[in-house]
Design a protein around this ligand. Structure first.
Ligand code: PHE
Length: 345
């Protein structure tokens, strides 16, 4: 038996060394020391020996076991270290890769424009409200005095959502439904702007995107006149674009405002003298506005004899494009870093 033990002990270093992974080592360890391992098998023979021999063989077994355990532990530490090093090497990130490039991120141009617009209006005493992008027919059309089958529904190419009855749930086509939400939720006086994402069934081209942004304005108070609206839009124009840019209103039509107007500003490129961007007119069209229609006030339960107000809405993306002289709205949504990097803050 002593010879058997010695043979096992002598063969152990080579077997342990041959294990090339922690898993393989576990198998070798089981062969040598495990419950069915060779040393354990020998130990089972101890009972048949006389006491002296048993003591001698037992001591030899324990010695062999101890030295093999040490070998296994040393090998395990080496293998684990190597495996960890391999994982670290494989997961290594080369953070020096972009050295020399500007790597700091920035807010998207749309977000920057959104923030600046909101800042200007907050400075003028407005609050900010937002509403859901998935709307019902009531908020997007009906409450805004655009009944079903009204020809004005043709002004908005609506994307409907397959929920409820056909054509009752939709992606809002403008931010005007938020006017309705604000008026139903807060008692006047109201001075609020409502920026947000809107959707129209348009094919993307240089001036259209199926997803874009608007900012809506709403004022409801006593004795609000068309002149208050014109003055507010003029004050906003010079605050946002600078003192040399002015606004003008042209008669227009929206079902939810009466009278309605188109809101233009001096061309920000030629400052009114006429250039290619403004087709030599000196003016750029920004959005729509008007006095809140009595039917709209009625729909939200406001007394049109007591309260009057105005609303306006314009394209936020368009504004950013104009401000920065970008000639294709698709640039805004291409995610191209070469474009985005030009608007670092
Ligand atoms: N909602 C209108 C549009 O999307 C703009 C508008 C808003 C007009 C408020 C008048 C008053 O075209």
């Amino acid at each position: 038996m002593i010879d058997d033990i010695e043979r096992i002990r002598a063969a152990a270093p080579a077997a342990v060394e041959a294990a090339s992974s922690v898993d393989e080592l576990r198998a070798v360890e089981a062969d040598l020391l495990g419950r069915r391992g060779s040393l354990t098998e020998l130990k089972k023979g101890l009972g048949a020996l006389d006491p002296d021999a048993r003591r001698e063989v037992g001591a030899a077994l324990n010695l062999a076991r101890g030295s093999i355990e040490e070998l296994v532990e040393a090998r395990r530490a080496a293998l684990e270290g190597a495996e960890r090093a391999a994982v670290i090497a494989a997961e290594r990130l080369d953070l020096t890769e972009r050295t020399g490039h500007r790597t700091r991120g920035a807010l998207h141009l749309v977000t920057q424009t959104w923030d600046r617009l909101v800042d200007v209006f907050i400075g003028m005493g407005f609050t900010v409200a937002e509403g859901p992008e998935v709307e019902t027919d009531w908020y997007n059309f009906e409450a805004l005095n655009i009944p079903a089958a009204h020809p004005a529904r043709g002004m908005w190419d609506t994307l409907y959502v397959d929920l409820g009855d056909p054509e009752t749930v939709l992606l809002r086509t403008h931010t005007s439904p938020v006017q309705i939400r604000v008026m139903t939720e807060t008692p006047p006086p109201i001075y609020a702007v409502m920026p947000g994402r809107v959707y129209r069934r348009d094919t993307a081209d240089a001036t259209h995107m199926p997803v874009f942004h608007q900012i809506e304005g709403l004022v409801i108070d006593r004795d609000i006149s068309f002149a208050d609206m014109a003055g507010t839009l003029e004050a906003f124009t010079s605050a946002y674009f600078g003192g040399s840019i002015h606004s003008r209103l042209r008669p227009s039509y929206f079902p939810f405002t009466e009278p309605s107007a188109e809101y233009d500003i001096n061309c920000v490129f030629c400052e009114g003298s006429g250039c290619r961007t403004c087709s030599q007119t000196g003016w750029l069209e920004l959005g729509g506005c008007g006095m809140v229609h009595p039917n709209v006030l009625r729909n939200v339960g406001l007394d049109g004899e007591e309260w009057t107000g105005f609303a306006f809405g314009f394209g936020l993306d368009r504004l950013a494009l104009m401000r920065h002289g970008v000639d294709d709205i698709r640039e805004m949504y291409s995610g191209d870093v070469r474009f985005l990097e030009q608007f670092p803050s």
